[in-house]
Design a protein around this ligand. Structure first.
Ligand SMILES: NC(=O)c1ccc[n+]([C@@H]2O[C@H](COP(=O)([O-])OP(=O)(O)OC[C@H]3O[C@@H](n4cnc5c(N)ncnc54)[C@H](O)[C@@H]3O)[C@@H](O)[C@H]2O)c1
Length: 327
């Protein structure tokens, strides 16, 4: 399987995520076949695909005509036809265990031993879906953001039974399709995406409950503060660049305060010296300290470009920010 060769991709379930995945795969040059048991959905899929491709094209985000991409995506009423010759099957059926199990049982029977069976599930682990199935060694979760053609991250969550070559092949296909696959080492509820989102939401709810902030205040802090940086780097890189000396220096200065904030919420997950040493080791492998100043300048430039884009595309947001600054 070469990194760039066109494959056949089957999409099971043509709802929001199924249509969005069809954009990802057809845009990447793959022959993409979508199936859905609901005839109304099957009828709606082509126009929904066309609308999404037209918007991407208008924004200069397609490298070819929308019609050429659309021509690679077809709809069928049968799962058997959809998966015929497929390298990867992306299951996008409703988030119900009994539906997922039945879909994967059928997929196991209809596909060969090397076909990747990927579930888009947000919360149902592949272990539960694959329980008792012969094809368990080909099943993994491949959880996207919504919509995956605009949020490239995809969490790959194999089980202990998933064959490593299946995970590696899935990783290659998603990466070659312009996505950013992250392999989650262990099946944990919420994977990474929703655990991080959950941590922020838990604190946001508590701050509203305690009368510290309004809902609007919290969204402003994220939209006009944290979120601007997070649109191009993660929380580790953010604090690494915020403190001269990098993340170990940040942990030394701020660790105790964050530990107290956690304790206030009944959490005891201190950043122990060993843990900080490991995080620092990984950060320094990504960014040696002698490149720190250059990276800080890069961050500032990205913030300038983001401010330009936001001012150009959403003047009401920048006016709102100026108004906030007056108060
Ligand atoms: N919507 C999101 O934000 C989001 C984000 C990440 C992952 N997901 C996951 O993606 C999956 C699909 O979610 P969605 O938002 O597209 O749902 P949706 O309701 O929009 O689409 C589900 C589609 O599956 C079809 N369907 C029903 N029974 C089926 C069956 N037996 N076999 C095949 N298809 C069947 C329905 O007709 C419908 O078109 C879920 O597992 C969900 O958790 C959703």
């Amino acid at each position: 399987m070469s990194e760039t060769s066109p494959e056949r991709i089957a999409i099971i379930g043509g709802g929001s995520i199924g249509v969005a995945f069809a954009v990802v795969f057809a845009r990447a040059g793959h022959r993409t076949i979508i199936t859905d048991p609901d005839p109304q959905r099957r009828a709606a899929v082509p126009s929904e695909l066309a609308a999404r491709l037209t918007s991407l094209d208008a924004a200069g985000l397609l490298t070819e005509d929308p019609e050429a991409v659309l021509a690679r995506a077809t709809v069928t009423s049968t799962v058997a036809e959809a998966v015929d010759g497929a390298t990867l099957v992306q299951e996008c059926a409703p988030e119900r265990l009994e539906i997922k199990q039945e879909v994967f049982r059928e997929l196991g029977e209809l596909t060969g031993p090397d076909t990747i069976l990927a579930s888009s599930s947000s919360a149902i682990t592949a272990s539960r879906t694959a329980d008792g199935l012969e094809c368990a060694d080909r099943i993994l979760v491949a959880h996207p953001g919504n919509p995956p053609y605009l949020l490239p991250v995809i969490e790959l969550v194999p089980t202990a039974d998933t064959r490593p070559e299946i995970v590696e092949a899935a990783h290659r296909i998603y990466a070659a399709a312009g996505m950013s696959p992250v392999t989650v080492a262990r099946e944990v509820e919420g994977f990474i995406f929703n655990r991080l989102q959950g941590a922020v939401l838990r604190e946001a709810y508590a701050l509203v409950r305690d009368g510290v902030a309004t809902v609007e205040d919290i969204d402003t802090v994220v939209r006009d503060g944290l979120g601007r940086r997070w649109s191009f780097m993660g929380p580790f890189e953010t604090v690494d660049l915020n403190t001269r000396g990098g993340i170990s220096s940040h942990a030394q200065k701020m660790g105790p305060a964050y530990e107290r904030m956690g304790a206030e919420r009944g959490q005891h997950d201190p950043w122990t010296p060993d843990l900080v040493a490991e995080v620092n080791h990984q950060r320094r492998a990504l960014l040696p300290l002698d490149q720190w100043e250059d990276r800080v300048a890069w961050r500032d430039q990205r913030l300038i470009e983001l401010a330009q884009t936001l001012t150009r595309t959403a003047p009401s947001i920048s006016r709102k920010s100026e108004h906030d600054n007056d108060n």
